[in-house]
Design a protein around this ligand. Sequence first.
Ligand SMILES: CC(C)(COP(=O)(O)OP(=O)(O)OC[C@H]1O[C@@H](n2cnc3c(N)ncnc32)[C@H](O)[C@@H]1OP(=O)(O)O)[C@@H](O)C(=O)NCCC(=O)NCCS
Length: 151
Amino acid sequence: MLSIDKVQETDLKELKQLILEEFPYTKPKIEGIMQRFRKQNVFLLKAVKENTLAGFIDFELNGFEGMIIGLSVKKEFRRQGIAGKLIEKALDVLKENNCVEVKLIVKQENLPAIKLYEKTGFSKTKVLDKRIDKAVVQEMSLSLSMQGFAA
Ligand SMILES: CC(C)(COP(=O)(O)OP(=O)(O)OC[C@H]1O[C@@H](n2cnc3c(N)ncnc32)[C@H](O)[C@@H]1OP(=O)(O)O)[C@@H](O)C(=O)NCCC(=O)NCCS
């Protein structure tokens, strides 16, 4: 069974490990993660399967704009719909907090992630000037403002 819950302080060490594995260029430190964890506008959710932390999503809300900052699922748990569930839950939380638009930045070479985001309703808005980890990155966005209204 899969459950999506809030990350607890006791999860932060493991979270750091996951971030280090997938996003080493961010040079994660436990103090930095702890600071993020304590911020009012930052949300950290974890996916737990078979008593194991299988993945997480890190997102924030600035005014009416949401931003997905990080998303990762452990290799052995991939292609089971876990990232999709994490995004779904994140969008629920953002909607509850009156978010109207959600943005994210993804490497153009990261086709699994781009496919996942497209499947969830995001579309590419622009290619950014900056590079992350030497890779070209694109911004994707999803409007939440019209969801729930009949056409
Ligand atoms: C991208 C990532 C989060 C996907 O996690 P996941 O739990 O395996 O994704 P899901 O099972 O929810 O996949 C949902 C859909 O995304 C797409 N997708 C996911 N992985 C894919 C892959 N390797 N190749 C192609 N499409 C893929 C598919 O459309 C999939 O639906 P399907 O399985 O019915 O075909 C995971 O591969 C990961 O952690 N990658 C490393 C970190 C990363 O790149 N994070 C995103 C940074 S912006």
